[in-house]
Design a protein around this ligand. Sequence first.
Ligand SMILES: [Zn+2]
Length: 602
Amino acid sequence: MTTPILRMANRSRTVFRWPQRLRPSDWIARYFKHGPQLEAFDFERFPWLREPADTIGDYRVEEQLLICPPQVGKSLLAEAAICYFIVEDPADIVAYSHTIEMAKDWGEKRIMPSIRACRPCQGLLPSDPKAMRQRELLMSHMVVEVEPANESQTQSRSRRIVICDERWLWESGRYDNAMRRASSPNFEGRRKIISFSNSGDYESDVEVQWRASDQRVLFSNCPACGKEAAFKFSEKKCRRVAAKIPGFTIRFDENVATRPNGVWNINEVVKTVRLLCPYCSAEFEDLPSVRVKLRKTMHYVSLNPTGALKSRAWAVSGVAVYPWADLVKQFLNANQQLDLGDNQAMREFILKGLNEPWSEDVIFDLTTNSTGDYEMTGEPWEESTCAAMTVDYQELAPYFWYVIRDWADRGRSRLRKCGYAHTWDELHEIQQQNGLPERFVHVDCAYRPDEVYEHCARWNWIALRGRAEDYFIHSRGLTHPIRRYFSDVRLVDPAIGTDRQNDPRRRRAIEFMWADTPVKDILARLFGGHGAYFGVPRDVPQFYMSHMASERKSIVKMQAGKEIRRWVKVGKRANHLWDCEAEQIVFGLIKGPLRMVGDESV
Ligand SMILES: [Zn+2]
């Protein structure tokens, strides 16, 4: 017998055999292999993936979404689902990733190798090696393509199975385009749109889809009393499970050992971390064996059973999957930064640590600021270690607005004086009368920069320029580059273009740039009384309060599933002292009182 015929016979046996009726999760556990060691998929380790896996075989559910924290198997399930469809339920498949680079990487390094490693897939693969490319597999009975979720790619030929990875990164509207590829009426009752994501901002497409779904969250049975409960970090503030639904919560002690003199000792805190049962108050130590016990009874409960029948979603709490001590560490660190006015670490903790949606609280709140526990005497605050004068220069008279603020340790500060001036000389006098060092005067240089540079060079003052950047990278003199909310120092020659240009004795101006949004976020939190003491005297002039209420943070656009918010002026209100106070925050960041904020490794 000739080999080609034998090959064909083998091939037809593979193609035309009866599909085995295994549950998708059992099929995946038996046939799917991943990684260089060709490991089998272990649902014991990732019990939260079993129900989403089985739902891929259930066409009553058209849209399914798994919101999972990082590193607990969600992309693996996407790859396993592709193998399952190829063998058990062949259909044209498109898998979307965020960008072309991510799609290439995913196709080449993960999807195609796992198809090659899957035994039942092997018999179906075309003999022509060119049929399997980086992002495309052409088979006689179907195709698999891996695409970036951008405009052009989400609008081409129709596909019955659509898989969407890393949805939280997608720009808004892309998901609707992806869904349209499965919208052909031919696919009625047989279409599937499967998404995988981390949590997103409250207004993002992912979270909107979650709220419309049946909202399945993980529960476990208490190893002590047997009752089932959800997982929450704290009792009341869970963003997926309402306060009235009982949940296991994380506890840790606050006492002289864990928080001596108001400063957390992380090593001592983690020794006290445990999980509390809401029913029998049993407390469980943070041990792998305890987490294994909880995993054995993990199951999903729908919090919104009346949600759309065709749309199912699961969310996996970080408390159910990560060591609790790790979460407590992240939480305490984020809180510390929040005290200094920065909420970026808290955002990361909520989104990726807990896997809950993030929404910015109302951080700017006139009713909670610390106004009024002292009077404006014009004298320095006795607790202060330094003071700064910040200046806003603008087009209309009075041309100069200024704020003098005293700074103490732990980010505390107090407004000493605020007001306006008409000339540079008047401003110079105010600096000298108040005994402020030259380098502690900061002037905004957005308006007439050359004139600002000239005076900064003359009097050793510092020019500041607000920018739309989120941060600046610092690497000079550092072993690891870090991010800060202000730039490296820049020397500006105010004499450029004049006859003094070549005078070697001429002075240069020092300039820093600063990141507008994060700095104003810090100001708003501190001014709103949500962090370190930010004093405002009880007899502060009315114009100060009205300038401080001159900007609001609003969503200006959605980008990559993220709300882009900026501080914008309310109507035509004057905002000069608000700008001066923002420059005070920049001073605090540069000179140290607020230093840890934003000093984040790159
Ligand atoms: Zn219990």
